[in-house]
Ligand binder design. Structure first.
Ligand code: PLP
Length: 341
């Protein structure tokens, strides 16, 4: 078995704690893994992947990194921070329309000195090639290209490691975890976890909540996970197999479309914040935890189960989506106005 190199970008292990109040309220043993606290420019799950991807970029002597995403991409933000830490230029191909206000993740991209190229998602491949061609002329060599979400055979190593990390934590804390629930979008997190579960013999069942039903125009999320896993198994001579039986994706919560905030996400954000003082994000963890709350209510998990929600970050999105999440009038009437008369 081979293992790629990595650089240091985050602070690990990230905390694993019990959700005490929600456990009492909902009647299950609930835990949370805090990958929102990886520490790289507001953190998130891409930090783990980027430790491997940036190492590969440096090994290939690249001078610049290029990646793709939505205007509010958490992946783009963490890629920009990671690249800068290692002295690389960063170019972000973000999907049009360009917003009027630069807020949330996009604002942070600006602080990090990222160069943004607005592209048409429907002509993604063609526009990507054009920008990459122009950058090759500019740098005299190919820039290092990171696919959406960093979800390739290199990036997934971050979550292979993460399973090793959590298995040790579970043993040290003397707890049992029956299920691990998380947001799954470009699939790299889930692919790494599936491989890690096999390599490190983790007992917990993995449940990905699909976030974007149109993530890959030409294939399903399962297909992407399967392809990436097969590729990694060959490339790194991993002593395991991965089949479609290993992939559990819940698709019940993505119908509103990517980045559309509904009552599901809103309720999840307020529930987690009001009970535990922990912030979720509107696009990924709000949707995934909203799905988990709904599954708990519908009896998906046997009584007495121990369930861990893997927080994958994304909180800068709270600011960019503030108009969808909060109306001043909603809380005004219950609040004290002692000094207002
Ligand atoms: C990217 C992202 C995910 C999804 O991870 P994938 O590896 O793309 O499936 C989940 N949560 C947040 C906050 C993200 O930014």
């Amino acid at each position: 078995m081979k293992h790629p190199d990595k650089v240091t970008l985050g602070f690990f292990p990230t905390p694993l704690t019990k959700l005490e109040n929600l456990s009492k309220k909902l009647g299950y043993q609930l835990f949370i893994k805090r990958d929102d606290l990886t520490g790289l420019a507001f953190g998130g799950n891409k930090t783990r992947k980027l430790e491997y991807l940036i190492a590969d970029a440096l090994y290939k002597h690249s001078k610049a990194v290029v990646t793709i995403g939505a205007a509010q991409s958490n992946h783009a933000r963490q890629t920009a921070a990671a690249a800068k830490k290692y002295g690389l230029d960063v170019h972000l191909l973000l999907f049009k329309p360009e917003p009027e206000q630069y807020d949330g993740n996009l604002l942070i991209d600006m602080f990090l000195g990222a160069k943004v190229h607005w592209i048409d998602r429907n002509k993604l491949y063609e526009q990507q090639l054009r920008v990459l061609g122009a950058l090759k002329d500019c740098y005299g060599q190919n820039p290092y290209f990171i696919p959406m979400g960093g979800s390739n055979e290199i990036g997934i190593w971050g979550y292979i490691d993460a399973i090793d990390e959590i298995k040790t934590q579970i043993e040290l804390l003397g707890i049992d975890i029956d299920y691990i629930v998380f947001a799954s979008s470009s699939g790299g997190t889930q692919t790494g976890m599936i491989i890690g579960k096999k390599l490190f013999d983790l007992k917990a069942q993995l449940i990905g909540i699909e976030i974007d039903k149109n993530m890959y125009p030409d294939k399903s999320l399962e297909q992407h996970i399967l392809n990436t896993a097969k590729y990694a198994i060959d490339e790194f001579e991993l002593p395991i197999t991965v089949t479609s039986d290993d992939i559990n994706i819940i698709k019940d919560y993505d119908s509103a479309g990517y980045g559309i905030v509904t009552d599901l996400e809103k309720n999840a954000i307020y529930t987690m914040a009001e009970n535990e003082g922990i912030l979720l994000d509107p696009v990924y963890t709000g949707r995934a935890f909203g799905g988990m709350l709904d599954m708990l209510e519908k009896g998906y998990f046997p009584k007495g189960s121990s369930i861990l929600f893997w927080h994958t970050g994304g909180q800068p999105g709270l600011f960019a989506y503030k108009d969808d999440l909060f109306e001043k009038t909603e809380i005004g009437k219950d609040n004290l106005h002692i000094l207002n008369d």
